[in-house]
Design a protein around this ligand. Structure first.
Ligand code: SDX
Length: 431
C-alpha cells in the first residue's frame, strides 16, 4: 500500500476528521476514506466513479491529459511497434518482459490449451444462427465453469494460473466458433504451428474445401489490435470482473461478466457502433449534419468512437490504430476506402469544432479499429468479440491482482437513499 505522507482535513457537523492521503508512483494523490463512515457517519457520493479510486494497482497507468497509456510502465506505442500480443500478455500477467526462455515456455502453455472440450460445440447449436456473437460468447465462456472444475478454486494459486492460461488460450477459439456458427460454416480447430493471431484468422476464415494461407500483413495488424486492447486500468468491464471476483466467483463466471459489460455501446460495443455510424454517414458532405446532431442536447445521438472518461487528449491507441489503418489498407491496395475518408474528415472537423474542443472530445480506441477489422474481413458483429478476446488478459491480470491484494474485501457500495421513509401497509380496500 502506498504510504500516507499527509492528511486531508474534513470538517462538518462540528466534527473535524483527519483523513490520510496516499501518494501513487504516478497520477493524483488519493484521500483514504475507508474509515470515513465509522468516524464521521457519512458516505461519499460518486455515481460513475468519476473521482473514486476503487483499488490500488501496478498493472496499467493512463494519463488522460497527456494521452499516455503504460502497461507495467511501458508506453503502448512502443509495445505496439516492438512487441507482440503474447509477450504483452506475459508482461501484464507477471509484471516484467520475459526472457526468451520464459516467453517460449509461456507461448507453449498457451498453444497447448487452445482447443475447447468437444462437448462445448453443443452449446453453440442451442443458439439461433443470427444470435449476436457476443451473446454466444457470454454464454459459452460462463459455461466453461461447467467443464473445467479443476481450475475454479480461486484460493489455489495453481488453479488460478491454469484458469488464466485456459481463458487466454481458448478465447480466440470460442470467438472464431461464434463467428463460424453465425455464418453456418463448420468450426475450424486451432493449429499449434501457427502464432496466436494467425491461428485466430485461420479459425475464422479458412474452410475445409480449400487451403488457407494467413496473410502476414493481416496477422500483424490483428496482433497489434490485440495488444492495443489488452488492458485499460479500471474501465467498466474490468471493474465488473473485479467486483464479481470479490465475491469469490470462479474465473470463468467473472470473465463472462466482463464480456457482458463490454458489450454496451458506451464501452466495447462502440467499435461496432462507430463503423455502423461511419457507414450511415456515408459521404463527407453529410458530416456536418451528424456533427450538429452530436451537439444537440435533445438528440441522444453521440459520435461513436469519440470521447472518453479519462482521455481528455488523443487516445494513444487511436493514434496507432489510425496509422495501422493507413498501412493495412495501403498494403492491401485499398486506397479510396470511403469509410476511412469519412473517418478522417469527421476527425478533422470535430477536432476543430468548439463543442468538441471545449468538452475535450477526441477519437478513442474504437474510432479506427473497425476500419481495420472491416478490411481484414470481419463483419461489424465480430468487432466487440475481438475486443473481448483481447481484453481477457487484462481482465485476468486485474482479477489476479485483486485476489492477491491482502486489503481486498467483497465490493459492496452504499447509496444516497431518496425513497420513501418507513410507512405502514395499507389494505387494498383503503387505497
Ligand atoms: C471504451 O473506460 C475505458 O477505459 C474504456 C475503454 C477501454 O479500453 O476499456 O477505453 C474502451 O469504452 C472507449 C469509449 C467507447 N465509447 C464511445 O465511443 C461511445 C461514445 N462516447 C460517449 O458515450 C462518452 O464519451 C463516453 C461514454 C465514452 C464517456 O462518457 P463520460 O466520461 O461519462 O462523459 P459524459 O458522457 O459525461 O460526456 C461529457 C460531455 C457530455 O456533455 P454535457 O452533458 O457535459 O453537456 O461530453 C458529451 C456529453 O454529452 N459527449 C459527447 C460524446 N461523448 C461525450 N458528445 C457527443 N459525442 C460524443 N461521443
Amino acid at each position: 500500500m502506498a504510504d500516507a505522507k499527509q492528511t486531508a482535513t474534513l470538517s462538518f457537523d462540528g466534527k473535524t476528521l483527519e483523513l490520510p492521503m496516499l501518494s501513487p508512483t504516478a497520477g493524483p494523490d488519493v484521500i483514504d476514506i475507508r474509515k470515513l463512515y465509522a468516524q464521521g457517519g457519512v458516505f461519499t457520493f460518486d455515481p460513475g466513479f468519476t473521482s473514486t479510486a476503487s483499488c490500488q494497482s501496478t498493472i496499467t497507468f493512463i494519463d488522460g491529459d497527456k494521452g499516455e497509456l503504460l502497461y507495467r510502465g511501458y508506453p503502448i506505442d512502443q509495445l505496439a511497434e516492438k512487441s507482440h500480443f503474447l509477450e504483452v500478455c506475459y508482461l501484464l500477467l507477471y509484471g516484467e518482459l520475459p526472457t526468451a526462455e520464459e516467453q517460449e515456455d509461456f507461448e507453449s502453455r498457451i498453444t497447448n490449451h487452445t482447443m475447447v472440450h468437444e462437448q462445448m460445440h453443443n452449446f453453440f447449436r442451442g443458439f439461433r444462427r443470427d444470435a449476436h456473437p457476443m451473446a454466444t460468447m457470454v454464454g459459452v465462456v460462463g459455461a466453461m465453469s461447467a467443464f473445467y472444475h479443476d481450475s475454479t478454486d480461486i484460493n489455489d494459486p495453481y488453479q488460478r494460473e491454469v484458469a488464466s492460461i485456459r481463458l487466454i488460450a481458448k478465447m480466440p477459439t470460442i470467438a472464431a466458433m461464434a463467428y463460424k456458427y453465425s455464418i453456418g460454416q463448420p468450426f475450424v480447430y486451432p493449429r499449434n504451428d501457427l502464432d496466436y493471431a494467425s491461428n485466430f484468422l485461420r479459425m475464422c476464415f479458412s474452410v475445409p474445401a480449400e487451403d488457407y494461407e494467413v496473410n502476414p500483413i493481416l496477422s500483424r495488424a490483428m496482433d497489434r489490435i490485440f495488444t492495443l486492447h489488452a488492458d485499460h486500468e479500471q474501465n467498466a468491464s474490468t471493474s465488473t470482473v473485479r467486483l464479481a471476483g470479490s465475491s469469490g466467483a470462479n474465473p470463468f463466471a467473472c470473465i463472462a461478466a466482463g464480456i457482458a459489460c463490454l458489450w454496451g455501446p458506451a464501452h466495447g460495443g462502440a467499435n461496432e457502433a462507430a463503423l455502423n455510424m461511419l457507414r450511415e454517414i456515408g459521404s463527407v458532405d453529410r458530416i456536418p449534419e451528424y456533427i450538429k446532431r452530436a451537439k444537440d442536447k435533445n438528440d441522444p445521438f453521440r459520435l461513436m468512437g469519440f470521447g472518453h472518461r479519462v482521455y481528455k487528449n488523443f487516445d494513444p491507441r487511436a493514434r496507432v490504430m489510425k496509422q495501422s489503418a493507413d498501412e493495412v489498407l495501403d498494403l492491401l491496395g485499398v486506397h479510396d476506402n470511403p469509410t476511412l475518408q469519412v473517418a478522417k474528415e469527421l476527425e478533422k472537423i470535430a477536432l476543430n469544432d468548439d463543442y468538441f474542443i471545449e468538452k475535450k472530445l477526441y477519437p478513442n480506441v474504437d474510432f479506427y479499429s473497425g476500419i481495420i477489422l472491416d478490411a481484414i474481413g470481419f463483419p461489424t458483429s465480430m468487432f466487440t468479440p475481438i475486443f473481448a478476446l483481447s481484453r481477457t488478459v487484462g481482465w485476468i491480470a486485474q482479477w489476479k491482482e485483486m485476489i492477491g491484494d491482502p486489503t481486498q474485501k467483497i465490493g459492496r457500495p452504499r447509496q444516497l437513499y431518496v425513497g420513501k421513509t418507513m410507512r405502514d401497509y395499507v389494505d387494498v380496500e383503503k387505497r
